[in-house]
Design a protein around this ligand. Structure first.
Ligand code: SF4
Length: 349
């Protein structure tokens, strides 16, 4: 064990790693035990609900009763899968993988590069410390740089210009990246592992579904199966311009927007004072909605992630060139952000 914590704590912090699963199995925390233990079942439901509400998991149980907490987490996953609702499962995986990254970044005992390499290995990501593959200048450009095989990089890197491989140093097939970005890759891989755990344990999921009160599964689907679109009060006066109104209506109707449309509406709503979560909610009806990717992209446009550059709302001319101006520049303004103010001023004069 290269991490400076006990195996039982490790299993509790990272319940969906292979190493944790085999530890739990050896300690007798099998599904039969979990299903017959009422208290464990309650803990699993609590963990699931916290994850679905995007609340952080409490770490105290990893000191008090690590095996139970780890077994409850795995049972929580089977319950999420037993709802047979993709949103519930995806939401659980998203939340748990965020917790994973928080723990990875902040928890003492797992901060050494060796420990992080072990976690990456468990997730199937071939990794080395950067100085092994790029000694010298390149490896001192970042704090604690890591080197990941390009195949894993391409598989788990978010779809975002900041992550384009062309923007990274690549040495003989190894992509060099700072520790924060390396941890972000592991987060993606962990989320994939959680979802894959379900498809590899269909029998277990079926047993959990058969042994649970159907009312619980119905309640979970009702509450978390698909959140309704919230449209909040605006910080700016006046109505939305026709171009942005059309984009909002298309999103609410579940239509697929082009990349330019998504970009434009995101910059506009940020400008109007919406926060990242409100905008993510608006995208929920999109046919290809993926919560994690959407949140990252919105954060990126807001300047809270990636290159940390906040983007402006595209001008009317740009909107028109993208085919997103339904009036063909008929509003007589240069930028959609002016529209609301202009209409409000006209009304009051
Ligand atoms: S003129 Fe500008 S504000 Fe009006 S619809 Fe076209 S892009 Fe939008």
């Amino acid at each position: 064990m290269t991490c400076d914590i006990s195996l039982r704590e490790f299993a509790c912090y990272f319940p969906f790693l292979n190493k944790s699963a085999s530890y739990l199995q050896k300690r007798g925390y099998l599904l039969d035990v979990a299903l017959s233990d009422k208290k464990l079942l309650e803990k699993a439901v609590e963990r699931l609900k916290r994850a679905l509400a995007h609340e952080r998991i409490a770490l105290r149980p990893c000191i008090d009763s690590p095996e139970e907490a780890a077994a409850a987490a795995r049972l929580a996953l089977y319950i999420a899968a037993a709802t047979r609702n993709t949103h519930v499962l995806r939401r659980f995986a998203d939340s748990e993988s965020k917790n994973f990254k928080d723990i990875l970044e902040k928890t003492p005992g797992i901060q050494s590069p060796e420990c992080k390499l072990e976690i990456a290995r468990d997730l199937g990501i071939v990794t080395r410390q950067a100085q092994e593959v790029a000694p010298g200048l390149l490896s001192v450009a970042y704090k604690m740089p890591m080197a990941v095989r390009w195949t894993a990089y391409v598989r788990y890197a978010p779809q975002d210009p900041y992550w384009a491989m062309i923007n990274r140093p690549v040495v003989k097939g190894w992509v060099i990246l700072p520790i924060e970005d390396f941890e972000r890759l592991l987060e993606e891989a962990y989320e994939e592992r959680i979802v894959r755990t379900v498809s590899e344990n269909e029998l277990a999921v079926g047993r959990v579904a058969a042994s649970l009160d159907p009312a619980l599964l119905d309640e979970l689907v009702k509450q978390y199966g698909q959140r309704p679109v919230r449209v909040e009060a605006r910080a700016m006066p006046g109505p939305d311009p026709p171009c942005m109104r059309a984009l909002i209506d298309a999103l609410k109707a579940g239509e697929n927007l082009p990349h330019t449309g998504r970009f434009a509406i995101t910059t506009y709503l940020l400008h109007r004072g919406w926060d990242v979560e409100q905008i993510v909610d608006l995208f929920r009806n999109a046919p290809d909605f993926n919560e994690k990717i959407t949140r990252y992209q919105v954060q990126h446009i807001a300047g809270q992630a990636g290159g940390r550059k906040q983007y402006s709302v595209p001008s009317c001319e740009t909107m028109n060139s993208w085919g997103l101006c339904p009036t063909n520049l008929g509003c007589g303004i240069r930028n959609p952000v002016v529209y609301g103010r202009r209409v409000a001023a006209r009304k009051s004069s």
